[in-house]
Design a protein around this ligand. Structure first.
Ligand code: NAP
Length: 103
């Protein structure tokens, strides 16, 4: 049975490549989530062009209503989620501190 996977921040970078490789593994329908709908659609179209089972989903991880809307959409379309990859984020470093001292 096809598993349903959701990857946040997947329109570029590590999230995008994770979406590609997860879809390539087979048996997984990948929800490529992005905060910017247009960027997500572009990224999903690119992977669909490679023959992969990927669709765009809008989700801003800092916006509670966006998270709620995305969850409702997943529930309505699929009824469940098998895999969640919480990738979206930023790395904020203080250049004056060592790695172990970073807040
Ligand atoms: N690259 C590294 O060496 C490295 C090392 C350690 C950890 N990480 C972590 O791995 C993750 C991905 O890194 P990356 O290098 O692939 O970063 P990236 O290329 O900057 O991509 C970050 C992704 O997260 C999205 N994003 C940012 N804020 C968001 C929000 N509020 N809601 C939804 N999506 C949001 C971005 O969307 P937009 O395009 O709209 O900005 C983008 O799609 C991050 O959590 C990062 O901290 C990366």
């Amino acid at each position: 049975m096809t598993k349903i996977a959701l990857i946040t921040g997947a329109n570029k970078g590590i999230g995008f490549e994770t979406a590609r490789q997860l879809a390539q593994s087979g048996g997984v329908h990948v929800l490529l989530a992005s905060r910017d709908r247009a960027k997500g659609v572009d990224a999903a179209l690119k992977l669909q062009g490679e023959g992969l089972d990927v669709e765009a989903l809008t989700l801003d991880v800092t916006d509670a209503s966006s998270i709620s809307d995305a969850a409702k959409e997943v529930g309505r379309k699929f009824g469940h989620l098998d895999i969640l990859i919480n990738n979206a984020g930023v790395a904020i470093q203080d250049g004056s501190k060592t790695v172990s001292e970073q807040p």
